[in-house]
Write a protein that binds this ligand. Sequence first.
Ligand SMILES: NC(=O)c1ccc[n+]([C@@H]2O[C@H](COP(=O)([O-])OP(=O)(O)OC[C@H]3O[C@@H](n4cnc5c(N)ncnc54)[C@H](O)[C@@H]3O)[C@@H](O)[C@H]2O)c1
Ligand SMILES: [Zn+2]
Length: 343
Amino acid sequence: MLKKTFSFSASKTNCYFDASLAQLGNVVDKERSIFITDQHVYDHHKKHFKGTRFIQIPAGETFKVQSTIDQIIDQLISFGADRKTTIIGVGGGVITDITGYVASVYMRGLPFGFVPTSILGMVDASIGGKNGIDVGNYKNMVGVIRQPGFLFYDVNLLQTLPAEEWVNGFAEVIKHAAIKDATLFRELENGSINSYRKDKKALTDLIRKNVLIKSAVVQKDEFEDSERRLLNFGHTLGHAVENVYSLPHGHAISVGIKAACLISEEMTNFKETSRVTSLLQQYGLPIDIPVDFSKVIEIMRMDKKKTRDIMNYVLLEKLGKAVIKPIPMQQLEKLLYSIARAR
Ligand SMILES: NC(=O)c1ccc[n+]([C@@H]2O[C@H](COP(=O)([O-])OP(=O)(O)OC[C@H]3O[C@@H](n4cnc5c(N)ncnc54)[C@H](O)[C@@H]3O)[C@@H](O)[C@H]2O)c1
Ligand SMILES: [Zn+2]
């Protein structure tokens, strides 16, 4: 087990890499902990919950809502959870978001940590302290920024993750490489989901590199004024596409990444779009979903990253180097329509 500590404005997060869930008792008092997990993760990994106090919720984004939080709070009360109790989320991004949120509001805040079990949970959702829930159609509308006390990475848990969730998670891995790490980008070009899945060491290294990339970005800008916005690469258009077409998140981000590369060609003279799109396809991600840009633009107009009539767009200057460029909405619309025509 390899330990690395990240310091944030108000607290520290200990990360344990190359760990096995059986060793969790070495880093936290399991007797004083309450676990939160979802039904899928529980069904696949029952043995790890034996003899623990745990709360199980149904799986899926639909349950990342206040009524689930209310039920969890009722159960925490009946377990007698108090400020000495640690709440541990074992699951994908839905579980880590819910756990961080409920642990931050129950008795005004208990210690908490995560054992992420999906690729997306490991490389993205567990890191950075944003924990929240959805309200109606608004994703992550209510929440807090509060860092987990620990992140515990056991890549063996990924063996039961469904194939489509591997693909989803790799959209964020490719995003990290594209914005921050050209060497990682080349490594990904020489691999595949299958090669990582079969090679525990390569998978452990890959997860660790991605955790370091996101943690470094968050450390520089915990409350998202500047650097942290780079993580939105592919997400401006991606979120709009996800919204209109109800695609899996990774698929929508893939479409968004391609569009951001094409816009970069115009704005920053970026020259490697074809390498990025080939890599997305190599990891099972679509790049050519027919998109009605007029609908997508309508949603983008309401995007929170837009100030007045300017959209702050994350672009690539080259592989491994992202920049934020303010683009007037009118110009952006022209660019998007010309991308649509060129397809
Ligand atoms: N807080 C943040 O900074 C942040 C960042 C990115 C995403 N998110 C959030 O993360 C969520 C998406 O995360 P996700 O893709 O992990 O979704 P998820 O938690 O719904 O997991 C996806 C599916 O995989 C199952 N699963 C997870 N681990 C498994 C395992 N080891 N074996 C078998 N099945 C397993 C889950 O039960 C679920 O059905 C969204 O709600 C998103 O808003 C948060
Ligand atoms: Zn994402």
